[in-house]
Design a protein around this ligand. Structure first.
Ligand SMILES: [Zn+2]
Length: 234
């Protein structure tokens, strides 16, 4: 089935879903593909015809995605709102890879020749940095509200930049590291404010504003540019 889908579009993938009630198309900005989501019992011919109708839509969505930004030597990436150049020094005599974040340079000293391996190391380093900064920010904001956070986890989430569970566990995407500071700060403030108000009412937004640097700028940026955060790395 899936190779027949590729005749409709090379960017199309099939996802049979037990939960889906109707057919739908879902853009995956990280994998740069569109999923044809089909309920388990749906008729595949109907599903294929449905996808065919949206052939141009699929291409438009894929074309509109920002170019991927790999973690290679010389590439400039935004980190916490500041442009930082990745500099990779290869030295076969080194025992291990070391990475250091300087004000404008991400310095990588490595004995690895394989670009993918180096890129993986950079990604792990950035995830750690993101976790450290987001965690500290969440704890600080929560303390201002007299709240304690059960746990802050930072991972590679797909659909949401942040979430707050009923039990007080907060979760964030590590990719917020590539967002401007106001945007990252806003996403953290948003979830922390949910520790007090589990809704999006007026009181919630007032609180969110109180514990953010500039929540309107941050919110607008996430709405207009959030999808761009998926283009970093591989
Ligand atoms: Zn919310």
């Amino acid at each position: 089935m899936s190779d027949k889908l590729s005749h409709i579009s090379p960017h199309l993938r099939l996802q049979v879903s037990k939960r889906a009630r109707r057919m739908a198309l879902r853009l995956d900005t990280k994998e740069r593909v569109v999923y044809l989501v089909v309920p388990a019992k749906a008729d595949m011919t109907t599903a294929k015809n449905f996808a065919k109708e949206y052939k141009h839509w699929i291409q438009e969505k894929i074309d509109a995605l920002p170019e991927p930004v790999p973690f290679h030597d010389g590439v400039v990436i935004p980190l916490f709102g500041r442009n930082v150049e990745i500099r990779v020094n290869y030295d076969q005599t080194l025992k291990r890879t070391s990475i250091e974040l300087k004000p404008r340079i991400l310095l990588v000293n490595t004995n690895k020749k394989d670009q993918k391996e180096v890129s993986d190391r950079i990604m792990r380093f950035l995830k750690k940095e993101a976790t450290r900064v987001i965690r500290a920010l969440a704890v600080e904001k929560a303390a201002r509200l007299g709240k304690a956070i059960a746990n802050v986890s930072v991972r590679d989430t797909r659909s949401r930049w942040g979430s707050c569970a009923e039990d007080g566990n907060l979760s964030f995407s590590w990719r917020l590291i590539f967002a401007p500071w106001e945007a990252l700060d806003y996403v953290v403030a948003h979830e922390v404010a949910h520790l007090v108000h589990m809704n999006h009412g007026k009181a919630f937004w007032n609180l969110c504003a109180r514990i953010s640097t500039d929540y309107e700028t941050g919110r607008d940026w996430m709405r207009d540019h959030g999808h761009e955060l998926m283009s970093f790395g591989h």
